[in-house]
Design a protein around this ligand. Structure first.
Ligand code: HEM
Length: 150
């Protein structure tokens, strides 16, 4: 993956690691593994059209599959991420990318858009939407690794 060297030091958010419930296993039971892969595929399509596209590898579909494996695992499904890519260590895996508050906002918008689309057209259980979004909001704070501007 072609990615520039970091130009800014790694910043650690003050809140520390996320203390948030994992998304409910009922979501996985409802949409199935293929549903999780669909949601991430659609999220990454949105990322592909967004201002943070350049952070990601050329092959967005392959990148979406790595993320989908993680979300299947997080919802109590098969340990697809660990089996294929090793321990999650998500914050560390994001260190090569300079993620500031603005990038986080764009990332969240892309994910929210694909979740909304899934509720409307593909059967994502709407009663679990709010808690899934809370998980993303909290977890994504911990992925930020560029100091906020004063
Ligand atoms: C805060 C905003 C975020 C940004 C800007 C961001 C950005 C990125 C980037 C640039 C990659 C590399 C993709 C590639 O292979 O080209 C990545 C990978 C990944 N991200 Fe994020 N991310 C964010 C938040 C999150 C959150 C909150 C999670 C999980 C809850 C997450 C899970 C993952 C996973 C599972 C991967 C795949 C790692 C791998 O390659 O094995 N990300 N992310």
């Amino acid at each position: 993956m072609a990615q520039p060297e970091r130009t800014q030091p790694i910043y650690t958010p003050q809140g520390g690691p996320p203390r948030v419930d994992r998304p409910s296993g009922e979501i996985l039971e409802t949409v199935g593994e293929e549903g999780v892969f669909r949601i991430l595929s659609n999220t990454y399509k949105r990322i592909g059209e967004s201002p943070i596209r350049a952070m990601f590898a050329d092959d967005l579909e392959a990148a979406s599959r790595r993320s989908a494996a993680f979300f299947v695992q997080v919802m109590g499904g098969a340990p697809l991420y660990t089996e294929n890519y090793g321990p999650p260590r998500m914050r560390m895996r994001h260190f090569p990318f300079e993620i500031d508050a603005a990038a986080r906002t764009v990332w969240l918008q892309c994910f929210r858009g694909s979740l909304q689309e899934d509720v409307e057209h593909h059967g994502f259980p709407s009663e679990h939407l709010a808690s899934f979004e809370t998980f993303l909001e909290e977890f994504s704070k911990w992925m930020v690794n560029v100091e906020p501007k004063a």
